[in-house]
Design a protein. Sequence first.
Lengths: 334, 297
Amino acid sequence: MLKYTVRRLLAAIPVLFGLSIILFAFVHFLPGDPCRSLLGQHATPEACQRLRENLGLDLPLWQQYLNYLDKLIHLDFGASIINSKPFLQEFAIRFPATVELAVGAMIFAVGLGIPLGRLAARHAQGGIDAGVTVISLLGVSIPVFVLALLLVYVFSVQLGWLPSQGRLNPRADFEPVTGFLILDTIITRQWNLTVDAISHLILPAIALGSIPLAIIARITRASVLDVNNEDYIRTARAKGLKEKRVDARHIMRNAWLPVVTVIGLQVGGLLAGAVLTETVFAWPGVGRYVVDAIQNRDYLIIQSSVMIFALIFLVVNLLVDISYAYLNPRIRYS
Amino acid sequence: MTAAAPTVVPVAERRASRGLWSDAFRRLLRNKPAVLGIVFIAIFVGAALLAPIIAPYGPLEGELVNRLQPPSPQHIMGTDLQGRDQYTRILYGAQISLQVGVVAVILALAMGAFIGALAGGLGGKVDAVLMRSTDVFLAIPGLLLAIGIIAWLDRGLWQLMLAIAVTYAPIFARLLRGSLLALRESDYVIAARSIGAGGNRVLTRHMLPNALTPLIVQATLVLATAIIDIAGLGFLGLGPADPRTPEWGTMLTDARRFLQTAPWLVFFPAAAIVISAIGFNLLGDGLRESLDPRLKR
């Protein structure tokens, strides 16, 4: 197990290395004059000179790259060119909002997707199966931001059941502790605010969770059907085990494996989808931070954001692979 | 032996491949969801091709006095903020999505197939280097990579195509490499090699045609995601350089502020995106089932 983990960790190093080269090139080979691209058309020559020194643009290319690498290793992700706020700090402030959103989306997707997939498999080729197939088709075919807009229209504009903007009632006077608002309101025992925070989370979480929901339902169905055909399932049934026990101990134990992998793979999509979801719901997370950076052409922020997103994606997939190996002895011992 | 091979192989191959494709096509037409998908795609492609003929107005023409009108006989999908006819703009929007989507996917296929064929065909160090490179691109969540590329190249149709192509090329590369590796060990490739067929010939005549079907299926499915991505990028303000361009996602950016007063501005572009995405998803799934002879019922 340890050997496997170490091997997987080592495999991530060349990827990070390649990523650093691409992101270095991203900023250092911006089309046109880097000063104009980074500071805008009306930058003064002094500002340009300062930027050149800051970025070390006058140094040879390989040295610039090594400098960049050195900064990365020391977790120095630079600062905004617009307002010189440090990236890491700004990112950290917004990160809990995005994590809360992503966790909400994943709870929705897994909590509904797995039962739907199992249901469809149990009634394969029947009406329920067809219904689940349609749901998953819609899930992968409706863009996140389109679903978000439709949800807002139905549940906020028409029915007035749920709020459509932000994470908390703006009139609520609340000082966050950890930044995870639902957790914070529970810690401080402000239950009415907990309800408010959850009601703000529902629509964004559904919108963002729709694609993983569709994919998880599909994979669960296929995986359960696959395992169902195995000899050991027939054996389990033949020896007279209750269907419930066959399901829990024989089918799901094995059917889980591909589902876990897919859940891990969805994390990348969640990060990208968060950019769109946060835009629709004015959710103050890292997705909007990136969108703002793009609109301001704040290239250093874009560069660092992509790096962090990729890093999170790699770490999550590593964790998934390790848990996969833990769940599946066939991988662990090979 | 080597002299006889070229005269025998093409005949057998032609007949086999004609059988495979017509067989697959017949199976596809028996698949109801796939036919529905083809119908949706036909609507989408028809709208794109016929836009200049069937559109009642010009995509950019409109009077401010007519702004935000609900659907009516004159404007069956209502008018937008500038008083432009939304039905017209949706038809022209199909042109943009189809153009950008198809070019992007073809570009992605070309790039991916080139990398995949190189990696799977040559193997060894080339394979290792190329696959690690695709790992790097796959580590950046899809839409973010496209966002980064457009931030770098600035907005525009070509940039949009390129951004989406680069995002999906690694997927095609890995897919083709995977099938080539599997095929390398297959009996008929070993047979071809054993009768003295050269490396190039084995790759182009025996391996690539057989590795093609998963690529076609994947390309169809990617076209659905590409249309969704184009709209998403447009929605974020990263679509065509001219904000007046009737791109579906860009149209939604303006429309969302009027969700309460003019919801038709959201519904129709949304429906257009969803219908075309469903079309390609259904066709892709249908193709997967019909092109795989092992699934033959």
